[in-house]
Design a protein around this ligand. Structure first.
Ligand code: BTN
Length: 249
């Protein structure tokens, strides 16, 4: 089903929403618009991406009309170092929007994965572009097949029994992002608390993390004030995870 962008525009009449049938990546177009000065809240979405980007240089499978693929320009009153916290706020917003439309409560895996029973149903990529953050969000809505050999097995809302319209999901997502980014700018410590509450990975979870030059294994022990994950390694050392893929050990 083609995306009825007008129904989303009608709910957000002040907002610039660009929709494409097919493009390389919404991140590229949103980045260009941000450099041209497009306002906060501008949305770039597509029915299909031919070069969807994931974290850590991975590809994001973006089959036609079956996922929500959007990038949102955010101009927030946050410091340059707030990207990890912003990722956590976007994860909470994405989780809330799925919960509002489906009888599903995804887990959050630091920093950016939404999982249903260990299968990934959404991912978030957040990048600075000049003076704006580009929040790229991909949610698997109605896929029934995924590429083989994914780092984490994938699922979609449909495969978990929920029929959700992409338009409704985008409306809900934009409302949730407004709320959670407002909280981020006013009470950043609350984002840490709420993420730690919502994520089974934040504390007491045995994980393996790929780091430059080595893979470490240990038990998660919370988040630091910037939103980075803390892991207690088996030799007792506490390591701050700045980036890298976190997997259950
Ligand atoms: C990840 O989990 O690795 C992050 C995935 C982010 C995918 C979204 S889809 C919309 C936006 N455009 C992209 O090319 N990537 C993000």
């Amino acid at each position: 089903m083609s995306f009825e962008v007008e129904s989303v525009r009608a709910r957000f009449p002040q907002r610039r929403i660009e929709w494409y049938e097919v493009l390389g990546s919404t991140m590229t177009i949103a980045g260009e618009l941000a450099r041209e000065g497009a306002p906060s809240g501008t949305v770039v979405g597509a029915d299909e991406q031919t070069a969807g980007m994931g974290r850590l240089g991975r590809k994001w499978d973006s089959q036609p009309e079956s996922g929500l693929y959007v990038s949102i320009i955010l101009r927030l009153m946050v410091q340059g170092s707030s990207l990890p916290l912003t990722m956590l706020a976007l994860g909470l917003a994405s989780k809330e929007s799925i919960e509002a439309l489906a009888d599903i409560s995804p887990d959050l895996r630091w920093p950016n994965d939404l999982l249903i029973a260990g299968h990934k149903c959404a991912g978030i990529l957040a990048l600075w572009e000049h003076d704006a953050i580009i929040a790229g969000i991909g949610i698997n809505v109605s896929q029934t097949l995924f590429p083989a050999n994914l780092e984490t097995p994938a699922t979609s809302l449909l495969l978990r029994g929920a029929k959700v319209r992409r338009e409704d999901l985008l409306i809900q997502l934009l409302e949730s992002i407004d709320r959670w980014t407002e909280m981020l700018t006013r009470h950043p410590e609350e984002i840490l608390r709420r993420f730690a509450e919502a994520s089974s990975y934040a504390k007491g979870r045995r994980v393996r993390v790929d780091q430059p030059g080595r893979t470490l294994e240990g038990v998660t022990c919370g988040l630091d004030p910037s939103g980075f994950l803390l892991v207690r390694e088996d030799n007792g050392a506490q390591t701050t995870i700045l980036a890298g893929g976190v997997r259950p050990a």
